[in-house]
Design a protein around this ligand. Structure first.
Ligand code: HEC
Length: 149
């Protein structure tokens, strides 16, 4: 009985070592590939937003952001499921705040020159369109995305 126990322990230890190694092989700094979903929180994208530090969620801004989102984006984006464009839930787990804002404000350049945005276009085959959103409106939508993230 004792020997079997030790053997089992050895096998379990070896197995966990194995999975640790493969984890290291797959990870590349802060960039992880979760299936087709690319996660890159260090990429700020291309456009007017260079640096954005988030503090506590402002619920008034989020409320206005939801109204703007429903009017301008719901044709292609749904909350909680993939539609013509990606699901909006979980956006801040896969993109930096700057990247999200630049994607909304400057989609034409983003889908041509930003690696993450180019991959998205390949996956969805529809280009994300410019909805002539102001920086202030985009910031409010970002606040809304934070409440449903
Ligand atoms: C004509 C359809 C369409 C409209 C309207 C649209 N989008 Fe998109 N959006 C897409 C598609 C398709 C993608 C992914 C492929 C790409 O980038 O071309 C995308 C990608 C995105 C991304 C990146 C998502 C991710 O997973 O990284 C964000 C953020 C985004 N859109 C926000 C918005 C916001 C905010 C609005 C409203 C101002 C909006 N979109 C309006 C089609 C649209």
């Amino acid at each position: 009985m004792k020997v079997t126990g030790i053997l089992l322990l050895l096998i379990v230890t070896m197995m966990s070592c194995g999975s640790d190694n493969s984890k290291n092989e797959n990870s590349d700094g802060r960039n992880l590939v979760l299936g087709l979903l690319q996660v890159n929180l260090s990429d700020k994208g291309l456009g007017p937003i260079k640096e954005l530090v988030l503090s506590d969620i402002n619920l008034d801004m989020a409320k206005e952001g939801k109204i703007i989102f429903t009017a301008k984006c719901r044709a292609c984006h749904r909350v909680g499921k993939r539609f013509i464009g990606p699901d909006i839930v979980g956006l801040l787990d896969r993109r930096s705040p700057e990247w999200i804002m630049n994607m909304i404000l400057n989609p034409e350049q983003m889908i041509q020159e930003n690696e993450q945005a180019r991959k998205l276009l390949l996956e969805y085959s529809t280009p994300m369109s410019n909805q002539s959103i102001t920086e202030n409106q985009a910031r409010k939508m970002l606040e809304y995305f934070r409440t449903i993230n």
